[in-house]
Design a protein around this ligand. Structure first.
Ligand code: MSP
Ligand code: ZN
Length: 655
């Protein structure tokens, strides 16, 4: 067998949140494949890392009051730890926010530029005048143009299911500031994907992709490939485009380049490399991996992926994972309640080489773990081992009593290997479990517990249990990619070196094993309930609550003297007056104040009041309120604005 040199990647998870069970579909699927390759003696590298750039990460950091760098570093560490605790055996878990990635991204971009594949042109986009930034669609909310449901996001209505462009939303507002977005022009950089149409048509049809993807791509080719906007305006967390001071690479440009920079091995990326490169990804990011990425690589003179392995999406008890609906389960929450290998086994039992969604049904999960993994597989060892320990001082017989049965199990290894290689994991698991049934059936028929009672038949107990444990050992070899931790425990129990695939050819005979310790426990639905409960009751870490505020808290409030320039009724509002106030430095603000019952607007004009100048703007039905006027009193008509003494002037800070 020739030794293959392989690089496997998983998509780089965004560094704005902890891994959840959906991410684990991918990391577990790829880890099983990698472990299988390594067991075959191949040289298989396995990398991933955090995708560190983009607007959501910048916004998230801002919300948490930290720098983006601090946020991405802490999330990267958490992702690495969570994956490691699921026994995902990455050689390296890196990040796209590195000097190496910046250089490589720039180099790839410059090669494309030199080849004439980059164009510049001015486009119009939504802009948030208060946050002073262009708004990605997901930050634009408004009223559905079809059913008029309020507060719908970017491009589709959760209430009636309509899809539209964010420009069509009624009364659109920025979910970041509440401000009404304006359209603003800016120069963007585009990658000319159309130039790669012929290359991509050939590449996508020559064995690198799954059939379902090829069909989807054909649709895209029919519509015609479009140029790809690869720039974003400041403020942005990412890499500056060389030669500019305020244009950044769109995160999706430097993200796949992260595969190269995280795996620093030039030989793998050369156009003529004989190594193999596989990307495991979810179905949502096929466009990037099957079109942009090969085009970027090819255009820059690098090799292209050997294959892209896309999987479907995970649902939980039939529902889409959603934080707000309480159906999202984080990797860490799972680990706090259940063994990592159970999820590995369950996913393996469900995964195949197609792009199908998969569902965790927890009833089914509990059943599969208890009935198959513990009840069939582990059961073989727990039935046979105690006899060997008690009656034969741990020693296996020196002959294999059932060579034909063993041969069946051994031969099945080739089929199972082909299933692991071809990512037909559910078929591999099905074969393994049907072999486990046979092994149990053998023990049932032989009844060692009966034979152990009579002196003349005791020797046959050793033979039967030696066969049983050798069958168990074969199944353990086949399951090692899925259950690496149990494989270690079993190697210890069998008093042998770590199991390799080749070991299947040589049964363990005339050999002393260790005393059997329980390898796995059954689970109970209660553990699932507890896990779900923990996820739902978990609150974001809130600072210690106290009824006092500190002087630092108070210092955050920017109180200013303001002069009322305009005051008028808001007919649609019961309690509000609309004020325009001068807050100094020639700046005015619109404030909606709940003092309608107390003041005739005309009497307010020209008066000075105290306002909170740094209150987050709030979008109201009639406009954005950009501050708060301080007033005292029980409410209703009994409320008085706080008025400074003579001598105060608009814009003065209140100390
Ligand atoms: N950062 C990009 C990938 C860049 S690769 C150069 C990204 N990140 S992600 O965190 O949103 O997703 C990471 C991977 O997890 C993707 O392959 C995605 O498809 C997968 N999954 C995220 N949610 C998932 C499910 N619910 N189910 C299965 N896989 C899911 O995309
Ligand atoms: Zn609607």
């Amino acid at each position: 067998m020739t030794k293959r040199h392989i690089l496997v990647t998983t998509a780089l998870p965004y560094a704005n949140g902890a891994p959840h069970l959906g991410h684990l579909v991918e990391t577990i699927q790829s880890d099983i494949w990698v472990r299988f390759q390594r067991m075959q003696g191949h040289d298989c590298h396995f990398i991933s890392g955090s995708d560190a750039h983009g607007t959501p990460i910048m916004i998230q950091a801002e919300k948490m009051g930290m720098t983006p760098t601090a946020l991405i570093e802490s999330i990267q560490a958490q992702q690495a730890k969570d994956f490691a605790d699921f026994y995902i055996e990455f050689d390296h878990y890196g990040s796209t926010h590195s000097e190496a990635n910046r250089e490589l991204t720039a180099a790839i971009y410059q090669k494309q530029q030199a080849a004439g594949n980059i164009n510049k042109r001015v486009i119009k986009q939504f802009y948030d005048p208060i946050k002073k930034m262009f708004l990605p669609d997901r930050y634009i909310q408004g009223e559905c143009p079809r059913c008029h449901a309020k507060d719908q996001y970017g491009d589709n209505c959760e209430v009636c299911g309509a899809t539209y462009s964010p420009m069509e939303l009624l009364n659109p507002y920025s979910s970041l500031s509440g401000a009404e977005p304006i359209e603003k022009e800016s120069e963007h950089y585009f990658f000319n994907l159309q130039a790669f149409t012929d290359f991509l048509k050939t590449w996508t049809r020559t064995g690198h992709l799954q059939a379902q993807i090829i069909n989807k791509l054909d649709e895209w080719f029919k519509e015609g490939l479009r140029e790809w906007d690869i720039s974003r305006d400041a403020p942005y967390f990412g890499f500056l485009i060389p030669g500019t001071t305020d244009k950044y690479f769109y995160v999706w440009l430097d993200a796949p380049v992260g595969y190269m920079s995280i795996f620093k091995n030039e030989a793998f990326w050369q156009a003529d490399s004989e190594t193999e490169l596989y990307h495991f990804i979810g179905k949502d990011i096929v466009y990037f991996h099957a079109l942009f990425w090969p085009a970027l690589l090819h255009g820059a003179g690098f090799r292209t992926p050997t294959a892209i392995f896309a999987h479907g999406f995970l649902t939980i008890d039939g529902q889409k994972m959603s934080k707000s609906r309480g159906t999202l389960i984080k990797a860490r929450t799972y680990l706090n309640h259940l063994p990592a290998e159970y999820l590995r086994y369950y996913f393996a039992a469900k995964l195949n080489d197609r792009i199908e969604d998969l569902d965790i049904q927890f009833d089914d999960f509990v059943k599969r773990i208890n009935a198959d993994l513990v009840g069939k597989f582990i059961n073989i060892a727990s039935r046979a081992a105690p006899f060997i320990t008690k009656l034969f001082a741990g020693k296996l017989s020196s002959q294999l009593a059932e060579p034909a049965l063993y041969a069946i199990f051994e031969a099945a290894g080739d089929d199972i290997a082909a299933h692991w290689e071809g990512r037909r994991y559910s078929q591999a698991i099905r074969e393994i479990m049907s072999l486990a049934d046979r092994a149990n059936q053998y023990i049932d028929e032989q009844k060692p517990w009966v034979l152990a009672k009579t002196a003349e038949t005791v020797p046959s107990v050793q033979a039967i249990c030696t066969v049983s444990l050798n069958l168990f050992r074969l199944l353990m070899i086949y399951l090692t990619p899925v259950l690496p931790q149990t494989a270690k425990a079993v190697a210890h129990f069998l008093n042998s070196a770590p199991l390799t695939w080749q070991d299947k050819a040589t049964p363990l005979l005339d050999h002393v094993i260790n005393e059997y310790q329980p390898l796995m426990q059954r689970i109970d639905l209660k553990q699932i309930e507890a896990m779900k409960m923990a996820e739902q009751t978990e609150k974001p870490a809130a600072p210690e609550q106290s009824s006092f505020i500190t002087i630092e808290d108070f210092a955050k409030v920017d109180l200013r003297i303001a002069k009322i320039l305009e005051a008028e009724q808001v007919p649609e509002a019961d309690k509000l007056l609309r004020l325009i106030v001068d807050i100094g430095e020639e700046k005015t603000r619109q404030i909606f104040a709940g003092i309608k019952a107390a003041y005739d607007p005309a009497t307010l004009i020209g008066r000075q009041v105290v306002v909170v100048a740094n209150l987050a703007p709030r979008k109201m039905r009639f406009g954005v309120s950009e501050g708060m006027v301080l007033a005292a009193g029980p409410g209703g008509a009994d409320i008085w604005v706080i008025t400074p003494d003579a001598g105060a002037a608009a814009g003065m800070k209140v100390k």
